[in-house]
Design a protein around this ligand. Structure first.
Ligand SMILES: [Cu+2]
Length: 347
């Protein structure tokens, strides 16, 4: 599929790309109350781990993905997610022992309404490392609402989703870069109370997320080097839609679909952690764009939408002819590392 569009893959993973480095320093989480047994585990992890290895408690750990739990009672939404260690095949034959929410990377799509109160529980099933949740969609004091949850414990937090948008969420535990780059990121859509002015025109809508991968758990590589892979994923917004991880070729294997004449809406977010996305659909122009997904930020006639790390948008475009429409980040060094998706348009 890539060759068809002239974007050949150059991501071959050398043995060195698979060399693993030690986990980040978790010692500064010692202030959180943990059982002595747990403390011992954490200390083991933060001790001088040998480089080039999966941290000991994660060895042989591949936790089955746990479905997102979400229940609504009026405007109160009860959400439970897990932090867990799950293998993700980033590209054919290359498994990454990802740090994840619910066994997906990016994590599961969360959709709520403007004004909802979120009662969020993080069930940290990682036996070794604290994790946390930072929703960009809420106002909270981070040292209260986004604090670490110790291994094998649960933490519950409440806050309001008061602004509409296409927001990133991520683990905020130190070192944040390790936690995000190892897979702990995702998207929460806060639907505007009054909708978007173009709601009635839209025929199909999808969610697309861009993220990068680096050498396995290698904070030095994540900090100073270029990504090994840059990828798109899609999350099912409606029943029957594909739901993928951020893997090379994910949206070629499960292309988005539309009919000739459809106006297609994509909720897009670039979760980074480091790179900017220049989101572009080949063969069309965005009729309407709502930057960060807020109806107040309405633009028209854009060719490419720049998404900063964590930035989102709602983009809408019309497909006037049957065919295969690739979408890319127009930073083509990243497109060649995997960031190409596909929309198949039929009569
Ligand atoms: Cu984490």
């Amino acid at each position: 599929m890539f060759k068809k569009f002239g974007y050949s893959l150059v991501v071959g993973l050398s043995a060195s790309a698979l060399l693993l480095s030690a986990c980040g320093d978790v010692s500064n989480n010692a202030e959180h109350e943990v059982s002595p047994e747990l403390e011992k585990t954490i200390e083991t992890v933060s001790a001088e781990e040998k480089a080039n290895d999966v941290i000991t408690p994660h060895k042989d750990l591949n936790q089955e993905p746990v479905p997102l739990k979400m229940e609504r009672d009026g405007t109160d939404v009860y959400i439970e997610m897990t932090a867990q260690i799950t293998d993700i095949e980033i590209e054919e034959g290359y498994e990454y022992k990802a740090w994840t929410f619910n066994g997906e990377a990016p994590g599961p799509l969360v959709v709520v309404n403007e004004g909802d109160t979120l009662h969020f529980t993080l069930d940290n099933q990682d036996p070794a490392i604290p994790h946390s949740m930072d929703f960009h969609a809420v106002h909270t004091a981070p040292d209260k609402g986004f604090i670490d949850v110790a291994p094998n414990e649960k933490g519950t937090f409440s806050y309001q989703a008061s602004k509409p948008g296409v927001f990133m969420y991520h683990c905020g535990t130190d070192p944040v870069l390790s936690h995000i780059a190892n897979g702990m990121h995702g998207v929460i859509i806060v639907q505007p109370n009054d909708g978007y002015p173009t709601d009635d025109e839209v025929d199909k809508e999808y969610v697309v997320i861009q993220n990068e991968w680096y050498k396995y758990n290698d904070l030095e590589d994540m900090t100073n080097n270029v990504p090994s892979q840059v990828v798109f994923s899609t999350k099912a917004l409606h029943e029957g839609q594909p739901n993928t991880n951020g893997t090379v070729g994910a949206i070629q294997n499960a292309p988005l679909e539309a009919k000739v004449g459809d106006k297609v809406r994509i909720y897009v977010n670039n979760v980074g952690p480091n790179e900017v996305s220049s989101f572009h659909v080949i063969g069309t122009i965005f009729d309407d764009v709502y930057m960060d997904g807020n109806p107040a930020n309405h633009f028209e006639g854009m060719q490419t939408v720049m998404l900063p790390a964590s930035g989102g948008a709602v983009v809408e475009f019309t497909v006037k002819e049957a065919g295969e429409y690739p979408f890319v980040t127009h930073q083509f060094n990243h497109a060649t590392k995997g960031a190409v998706g596909l929309i198949v348009v039929t009569e």
